[in-house]
Design a protein around this ligand. Sequence first.
Ligand SMILES: Nc1ncnc2c1ncn2[C@@H]1O[C@H](COP(=O)(O)OP(=O)(O)OP(=O)(O)O)[C@@H](O)[C@H]1O
Length: 241
Amino acid sequence: MTDDPVLRFDGVSKSFGTVRALSEVSAAIPSGSVVAVIGPNGSGKTTLIRILVGDLAATSGAVSYEGPDADRPIGYLPQDPTFRPGFTAAETLSFYSSLVDGSGPEPLLDRVGLGAAADRNVEALSGGMRQLLGIAQATVGDPPLVVLDEPASGLDPNMSANVFETAAEMAGAGTTVLLSSHDMTLVEETADSVLVLARGTVPAAGTVEELRAAFDADSLRGVLNAVVEDTEQVAVVGGDR
Ligand SMILES: Nc1ncnc2c1ncn2[C@@H]1O[C@H](COP(=O)(O)OP(=O)(O)OP(=O)(O)O)[C@@H](O)[C@H]1O
């Protein structure tokens, strides 16, 4: 991990009609680290991620990529990855590779434990296996920043742990991994830093130790509960809903 950010959010806000999904979010993502975005359902995690990968335009504010030059600066696993039917897992990755660096699919499949399913059609993969293929797709071309929206969703406990271990290994090799998750135990074990989202704002951010100390909590779940309680308190005081 270095102090140089790979990405910055500067006052990012997003509204969908009358729903304000994000309000003035500012943050810097340090390179070579695992950064977790946590928060209750509907707090704005996917919206923030979609804006940072360029899938959605912010209503106001800016996101700037400040990492190294690369053919593919940011790799992305969407919340519901879809693949072209009729292709095998290996062909799917070869297709994405052909758009970037033309490397073979085998190391990508092995990294996520899908080597044995290389020749299986994507529509014959289980939900969890499709999720793993999506993670492999996000790492095609070795982008300096890999963004994974709920990568452990649909995976069994061993595979979830495997995905977080892979994220940590990638960060150890210099890749920045930004992921959202509801698995507080795995985030606590793996993340170098955490952004807590609540009602479209980032009321707390830091290392797990910093957050536990700041909220006098003995776990990340305790931190999240305290943050959400505080945010709801403000909402009631402000009469915002
Ligand atoms: N395309 C959209 N149109 C209208 N409202 C939207 C749209 N996308 C998101 N929202 C709203 O923005 C808010 C934030 O949603 P978002 O999906 O970013 O939350 P999240 O933290 O990722 O939730 P979850 O943990 O359930 O995946 C919610 O109120 C949601 O209903």
